[in-house]
Design a protein around this ligand. Structure first.
Ligand code: KG4
Ligand code: ZN
Length: 336
């Protein structure tokens, strides 16, 4: 049978990315041009700057992805592109580029849901992984517990009521002066801290066992910092980072394990930027071993935003016959 090659394109936030994916699981190239240094100057992603940088970089990124994969556009069978959710201006760059290529080369166009992409990152390194399985999606904008019933088919068990897990990492990092992006910095600083030093709350949502709430935890950290200030006590930032990280992790692990148990699912995957957190990965692995659940986790480079995951998701949509028209638009608040 003929190989199917998908060109994946991702530009929903602050990474311009392109990837060539073979038969849905084999990554021939994975080019990511990060804008992080630029946005760090402003303490967060500046949408207007993100859009401009995507425009400057996207052609080169795609060229590189094709060349790394040793193919040309003539070898590509379809274009997959993130069309939401994300920053509208940023999304539009990828979508416009994908439409232009699809039109010029008479190729099928497939709009991909960014979160479906994150989930699909798990297929890259686990050739044996197939739905159904449970997935906890923990990114900068989303926190969801879902059952992946089939490729691209989700039953949502729970979601965050306020902040996303990654958002909490970023806000706490800012409060203790670590800057943007907060997740990796808290991950690193926590190594030097005592995770049991400060008792931060593990919030549960009454009557919704699979929902999350992280704003109370964030406030607890801010209150703690304020109290230290008022009492003129020094803040041990490493202890704050480690204790906060443990509180988030405890909730993420407990909720996922409870979901797996309640729904009799013996396969649990994690996805999204926060899934690259080392303490979370270790704790989830241990809990899964205890419960005899098989644990799946993408390598860190496939957890944070990338186009390989978009190519993978697009492949399964392609196989199902999903096609987007050339009037495909960016949908900043696209629902799962
Ligand atoms: O999935 P992602 O790259 O973009 C979104 O779709 O949102 O996730 C970005 C989020 C940011 O909030 C970032 O701080 C967090 O993932 N993150 C981490 C780590 N690496 C990235 N959070 C905790 N630990 C990390 N190592
Ligand atoms: Zn993402």
């Amino acid at each position: 049978e003929k190989d199917i090659l998908i060109l994946g394109i991702e530009s929903s936030c602050d990474e311009t990315a392109a990837s060539v994916v073979k038969n849905g699981r084999i990554i021939l190239s994975n080019v990511i041009s990060s804008q992080i240094e630029l946005h760090t100057l402003y303490g967060g992603v500046v949408p207007e700057i993100a859009s401009r940088k995507h425009i400057e970089r996207i052609n080169q990124v795609i060229k590189q992805a094709l060349s790394d994969a040793n193919v040309t556009l003539d070898d590509i069978d379809a274009i997959g592109v993130t069309y939401g959710p994300g920053l509208v201006g940023a999304l539009l760059v990828g979508v416009s580029e994908a439409k232009a290529i699809a039109y010029a080369k008479h190729l099928p166009l497939i709009g991909v849901h960014h979160i479906e992409g994150h989930v699909s990152a798990n297929y890259i390194e686990y050739p044996e992984l197939e739905p159904p399985f449970m997935c906890e999606i923990i990114s900068g904008g989303h926190t969801h517990l879902v059952i992946v019933k089939d490729y691209g088919e989700f039953e949502i068990l729970g979601r965050t009521r306020d902040d996303a897990a990654g958002e909490a990492f970023d806000k706490v990092a800012r409060a203790i002066g670590l800057g943007y992006p907060g997740g990796p910095k808290i991950d690193k600083l926590s190594e030097e801290g005592n995770p049991d030093a400060i008792a931060f709350p593990r919030a549960k949502v009454e009557g919704a066992p699979y929902d999350f709430s992280f704003s109370g935890l964030k406030s607890a950290v801010l209150n703690y910092l304020n109290q230290c200030k008022m009492k003129d006590e020094p803040v041990n930032r490493a202890d704050v980072a480690a204790s906060f990280q443990k509180a988030v992790t405890d909730v993420l692990v407990d909720t996922a394990i409870r979901g797996a148990r309640d729904f009799h699912v013996d396969k649990l995957a994690i996805a999204g930027g926060v899934a690259s957190n080392r303490h979370l990965r270790a704790a989830m692995k241990e809990a899964c071993q205890r419960e005899t659940i098989t644990f799946y986790h993408p390598s860190p480079i496939f957890c944070t935003d990338n186009a390989a995951m978009i190519g993978v998701a697009a492949y399964y949509e392609y196989q199902k016959g999903t096609r987007s028209d050339l009037d495909l638009n960016a949908v900043p608040n696209l629902k799962l």
